[in-house]
Design a binder for this molecule. Structure first.
Ligand code: FES
Length: 144
């Protein structure tokens, strides 16, 4: 394993052990639940907006899953806070995967993207932002 891989693994482990934005927003402006039926893991995402109704003021997640799903969702929380709903609706999965930083198998890729797709569904439900076409390929990911 290269030094870089080792570093990324340590960052992932840190996010897994100390997830950022872990919790629930009781009076969230937008929320959604996502499940990965392959493993049964699930994540719920809650968003509240600034008074402008568009800038993400607070974003939190709860649920259970493997280290990759939890760590990637934790990283996502840090990435999207302060951004606008429309910006996050078009956020590419590569931006998050760059942050995760290590190569992932197709199964692990679904784990890493569970939080991102769930967040996009939350914004779609709350703000009517479009859902990404690429999420359509993930048929076995249940979102709602
Ligand atoms: Fe379930 Fe990763 S094994 S989300």
């Amino acid at each position: 394993m290269s030094e870089f891989d080792q570093l990324y693994r340590e960052v992932i482990l840190d996010h897994y052990k100390n997830p950022r934005g872990h919790g629930v927003i009781d009076d969230a402006d937008a929320s959604a639940d996502g499940q990965n039926p392959l493993c049964g893991d699930e994540v719920s995402i809650y968003v509240s907006f600034e008074p402008d109704g568009d800038t993400i003021e607070e974003v939190k997640f709860s649920g259970r899953g493997c280290a990759i799903s939890q760590a990637a969702t934790s990283m996502l929380m840090e990435m999207v806070k302060g951004r606008s709903a429309s910006e996050v609706a078009t956020l590419s999965k590569d931006e998050l995967l760059d942050e995760v930083g290590i190569p992932l198998t197709p199964i692990r890729l679904k784990c890493a993207l569970l939080g991102l797709w769930t967040l996009k569904v939350a914004l779609h439900k709350g703000k009517g932002t479009p859902l990404p076409e690429e999420a359509a390929g993930l048929d076995d990911l249940t979102l709602g």
